[in-house]
Design a protein around this ligand. Structure first.
Ligand code: HEC
Length: 142
């Protein structure tokens, strides 16, 4: 093969691969992510913030002795959890073990959202992370 041709092939193959892979590595297509965003705005933004920035002072217990809603963007720790774990938290709810109350401060959405909506909102959250975080989380999810 001549040099020019092999050079061209080396150039084109990654371009083709890049075109078919999802550029943002989120695991959802554009429609899925748009659905996820809608779910987020309707059901999650009130506590976790319009841009996923979390409640103010989310690292400190509030005056009820409960941990406030953490961010979902790159400043939080949502990206540290695998897809399965995130699904479980969203479907079944969660409370911080050291909260002074017993209620689920993170409400359970398993009866209000379909499995598909939960997966879509997880894919939307992935768009709020850095590339590095997405890669870490993708590995955790395997
Ligand atoms: C009523 C307020 C409220 C609503 C609404 C809410 N959350 Fe939460 N969420 C919380 C709180 C508070 C926590 C922290 C629970 C704890 O202390 O463990 C939390 C935690 C989480 C976590 C774990 C984050 C981590 O880093 O460990 C995920 C994921 C999550 N929420 C996703 C969602 C999604 C998705 C929605 C919408 C479908 C949603 N939440 C709606 C209050 C809320």
């Amino acid at each position: 093969m001549n040099k020019l041709l092999s050079g061209l092939i080396l150039l084109v193959i990654p371009m083709l691969a890049g075109a078919s892979a999802r550029p943002d590595n989120t695991g959802g297509d554009a429609q899925d992510i748009a659905n996820g965003r809608q779910v987020y705005e309707q059901y999650c933004a009130a506590c976790h913030g319009a841009q996923g920035e979390g409640a103010a002072n989310w690292k400190k217990r509030d005056n009820k002795g409960e941990m406030p809603a953490p961010p979902h963007n790159e400043t939080g720790h949502t990206w540290r959890h695998s897809d399965d774990r995130l699904f479980g938290i969203i479907a079944n709810g969660q409370r911080h073990p050291f909260n002074k109350t017993d209620r689920l401060t993170m409400p359970a959405f398993g009866t209000r959202l379909t499995d598909q909506e939960i997966r879509a909102v997880i894919n939307y959250l992935k768009t709020l992370w850095t590339d590095e975080q997405r890669k870490f989380q993708a590995t955790e999810s395997q």
